[in-house]
Design a protein around this ligand. Structure first.
Ligand code: ADP
Length: 256
């Protein structure tokens, strides 16, 4: 009996250590795979606009520049692709900044209403371009703890998406409400909606439901993954409900 007891005591910790090691190895393998996939994705995303830019420049150099109409059209395309590259790089920098500095130095209590109103004001022009109405609604004194800059960044991404994936003349509602012990911020649109099978993967980097539509609307495929990272910084819960053809609603639920 004594022998068995000792045997069990010896085997158990060794076995557990082995399992821990195995799990750690699997985790690091998975992290490495995700990293490789990310680098491959980034390279592809950077290469696509660059290939187009250099192609159009070459054609212009070979004589297309002499026709004023063609010249204007090509330069416009180059400008669009350049701003796409710029947005992509900006989004990548935001992502890496959030990932590297998990703790934001800038933690303070701020008014959700004030920050949302500032954000809505800056987005008014892109909404007006599409004749989309931005409608806000607030409970009194909704206060959130965290970085107001990060909060605005998250709201920009959600509201921009709501506008991007709305039809002309649509409406978008942005609200901050008090729940019993929480604060709920929602962005709701009556746009194209998202099919259920995509909802699980929506917050992954570079995941798009419709790649060509996203690109046409100036999307980078990083907006929602930035939202997810920022929600995590706030310890907030992130949810989405959507119906194809009816619209989507994104919830960010903060602890108070
Ligand atoms: P993108 O830059 O392509 O918009 P995001 O990460 O912001 O990338 O969003 C990922 C994908 O989720 C989008 O490509 C789009 O297909 C879908 N999506 C996001 N927000 C909405 C919305 N409000 N309505 C419909 N689809 C949306």
């Amino acid at each position: 009996l004594l022998g068995i007891h000792i045997y069990l005591n010896m085997v158990k910790p060794v076995g557990r250590a082995h399992e821990d090691l195995k799990r750690a190895a699997e985790e690091s393998k998975r992290a490495e795979m995700i990293r490789k996939e990310f680098v491959a994705n980034v390279s592809h995303e950077l290469k696509t606009p660059l290939t187009s830019i250099s192609g159009f420049i070459e054609t212009l150099q070979q004589g297309a520049a002499e026709d004023p109409e063609i010249r204007t059209r090509f330069i416009d395309i180059i400008a669009i692709e350049t701003s796409r590259l710029k947005r992509l790089i900006e989004d990548l920098l935001v992502l890496s900044d959030i990932e590297n500095r998990k703790e934001s130095a800038d933690v303070q209590e701020f008014s959700a209403k004030e920050e949302i109103e500032k954000t809505v004001q800056t987005l008014q022009p892109i909404a007006e371009d599409k004749n989309v109405e931005l409608i806000t609604g607030f409970d009194e004194d909704v206060v959130i703890l965290g970085s107001p800059d990060r909060f605005r960044q998250m709201m920009v991404n959600l509201i921009e998406n709501a506008v991007k994936y709305s039809e002309e003349g649509g409406r978008v509602w942005i609200e901050a409400r008090k729940l019993d012990t929480k604060v709920q911020v929602t962005v709701k649109d009556e746009g194209i909606g998202i099919a259920e099978e995509h909802l699980d993967r929506l917050f992954e980097r570079f995941y798009r439901v419709d790649k060509s539509r996203s690109a046409k609307a100036g999307g980078t495929g990083l907006g929602l993954s930035i939202v997810k990272h920022i929600a995590a910084l706030f310890n907030a819960e992130l949810k989405v409900e959507s119906k194809v053809g009816e619209g989507s609603i994104f919830y960010v639920i903060f602890e108070r």
